[in-house]
Write a protein that binds this ligand. Structure first.
Ligand code: NDP
Length: 279
């Protein structure tokens, strides 16, 4: 029997998820078929339900449907509940759709295992307060950093995000001006969409502490604008989000198949596809 999965988004034509999940299947000796499904806001629910009706065991949800997916799930895991977004749906045998969110756990695994950066006790700066930042915040706070400060163009959004996670750890939020008087950070994560336009958030020069790690959730064959800028600031460890993509996929695969592939092998095998070495 072959288990069938898909990624639903708009656009999805360039998604690397099929290549990643087919490699996972090979590495764990499971027969999986993983495809891409383009949807619109109007037909998103029907696309998910049709996939289930046609025998699919699960799907990943990507931009711009992660919040919409919350509403069609019968049950939510604590990760999806916390993130208020779903990136993985498991279609249970009893017909229930169970929503999970593996983006934040994928980020933390990439940081702690692949990059060997222990988050506990560190001062973390999270740039952006959109879906990706929200998904990352809970899993980051679970690692017990000294502080997660959120800086965002819309200061109120950053403040509200920090306030909604107040019970989970020390977190503060505000506009980029809050960084003028802030201390330097050990880890700076770019969860804005600015790298898509080749731009960077307005950051002061003293933002990185000595030995800090810079992490852009976006990734590509070349350094993103945020990665390039970080290097000009003298940061030695500069990471793109490809590791997060692979690790969140591995967590989704585990939810569906009960086996977690060794991602190091995946990085090696995907080297040609992404045009750079990793981890
Ligand atoms: P959202 O659209 O939800 O949020 C976008 C964020 O960027 C907001 O904080 C927004 O600020 C900020 N922003 C947008 N334009 C500007 C601007 N001109 N100046 C300053 N800030 C700006 O996107 P997501 O959170 O879903 O995604 C963010 C990034 O994370 C994307 O690059 C995405 O590719 C990446 N990502 C990577 C993943 C991976 O596996 N590697 C997984 C998920 C996301 P404001 O609130 O003020 O509008």
């Amino acid at each position: 029997m072959i288990n069938r999965y898909t990624v639903i988004g708009q656009p999805v034509a360039h998604s690397m998820s099929p290549a990643i999940h087919h490699l996972f299947g090979e590495l764990t000796q499971r027969r999986v078929l993983y495809t891409r499904s383009e949807a619109t806001p109007e037909n998103f629910s029907d696309t998910v339900l049709q996939w289930q009706k046609n025998g699919g065991q699960g799907c990943n949800i990507t931009l711009p449907f992660k919040q919409l997916a919350l509403k069609i799930c019968d049950r939510l895991s604590p990760s999806a509940q916390l993130a208020q977004a779903v990136n993985t749906i498991h279609m249970h045998r009893d017909g229930n759709l169970v929503g999970h969110n593996t983006d934040g756990s994928g980020l933390c695994t990439d940081l702690e295992i692949n990059q060997r950066f222990a988050i506990a006790g560190q001062h973390v700066l999270l740039l952006g307060a959109g879906g990706a930042a929200r998904g990352a915040l809970g899993p980051l706070l679970e690692k017990r950093p000294a502080l997660v400060h959120i800086a965002n163009r819309s200061a109120d959004r950053a403040k509200a995000l920090a306030a909604s996670f107040a019970g989970f750890g020390t977190t503060t939020g505000g506009g980029y001006d809050t960084l003028d008087t802030a201390q330097a950070f050990d880890l700076v994560i770019n969860a804005t969409s600015l790298s898509l336009q080749g731009e960077i958030p307005p950051l002061p020069e003293h933002v990185f502490a000595a030995g800090a790690v810079s992490y852009d959730m976006m990734y590509g064959k070349d350094d993103t604008s945020f990665m390039s800028w970080s290097r000009t600031q003298g940061v030695g460890r500069v990471c793109g989000g490809f590791g997060m993509l692979v690790e969140q996929a591995a967590d989704a695969f585990f939810i569906w198949e009960g086996a977690r592939p060794k991602t190091r092998m995946v990085f090696t095998r995907l080297h040609d596809l992404i045009g750079r070495s990793y981890a």
